[in-house]
Design a protein around this ligand. Sequence first.
Ligand code: PLP
Length: 415
Amino acid sequence: MSFSQFGDKFTQHSGISRLMEDMGEGLRTSGTIMLGGGNPAQIPAMNDYFNQLLMQMHQDGQLSEALCNYDGPRGKALLLDALAKMLREELGWPLTAQNIALTNGSQSAFFYLFNLFAGRRADGSKKRVLFPLAPEYLGYADAGLEEDLFVSAKPNIELLPEGQFKYHVDFDHLPLNDDVGLICVSRPTNPTGNVITDDELLQLDALAQQHGVPLLIDNAYGVPFPGIIFSEARPLWNPNTILCMSLSKLGLPGARCGIIVADESTITAIGNMNGIISLAPGSIGPAIANEMIVRGDLLRLSQEVIKPFYQAKVSETIAILRRYLPEDRCLIHKPEGAIFLWLWFRDLPISTETLYQRLKARGVLMVPGHFFFPGLEHEWPHTHQCMRMNYVPDAEKIERAVQILAEELEAAFKN
Ligand code: PLP
């Protein structure tokens, strides 16, 4: 079969497709310990809540109402109104429903937004997306219609007590040139669990406004929902920012519901793109989210159930890691949010790609670090010294995986 250029680009073997294949294979192979993917936890209290909510929505006819009708191209109007009101009241942002559009998962929102603001312009110029701090989310890497759509910057590294470290934006070397059409940052960050500070965010906001480009903040894990954030961080929105949110990390990745909050002209553009590409976003996730807002449960459960669950889990996992891996073998990025730990093996004599293969052969899946530097133009050894692990599985599984990791590291250092 011969494909178009578009076909060739989107059927190539991307980092994300290899990861998804490994995850699928791992799921089918019994005994594999999956610390690789981005699946959120099955939190019993949330699962019970969703089961009951769905039963009640079924009885009230809300589910069949959602299933049997198309929404408009910006998504379920009831939810757009409810979200605007909630964000106005909670955060004081001057929003109306005209500032919000829904997509089938936030992943598709990035595809829309990257290609809306970057790529070839009518005047022949080409704009790119700047990730001001790499490592960044692997899922961005292949979402450009054009090649070389991304540019990113190495971070400054702050060493912290207890074998931890934290990345910071290196404002002195930010490649914010005329060819940048959009700045994008995940906060909290997948893969590192970093939360860029309020000061860093405000500086990025100021730079974006000075350069006349939007600042996209990917808030898939952040506040006010799902609330998987353990440091103090003030959320930011103004008409030059584009805030992306998602229902996935609340525990509803199958609902495929992404939320974009932006100025009205961007939202109108997204509505038009939705209309062309999918007629309308799916309705079930938005119906559930709307009902959660109406009942006052969305923010309450984020604060009272989801955040404490992940906070306890991350502490437990760090304690396990430290039982097997001393600080001189493994540094851990300060866990400030999201559902991953980012491990740095500073003097590792093999690449983390090789380590990944060795772990996979022993039934442990983690993701080697080099996938998480989309747009980094210069070779940097650090990219081959890090690994991402999901800390959501049961403690026994994590312990078994960490034992195997420690053995493989020992073997690598010995040889
Ligand atoms: N942004 C980040 C940082 C993520 O980690 C993910 C998924 O893991 C997404 C966005 C996409 O989520 P979804 O398309 O399920 O909304």
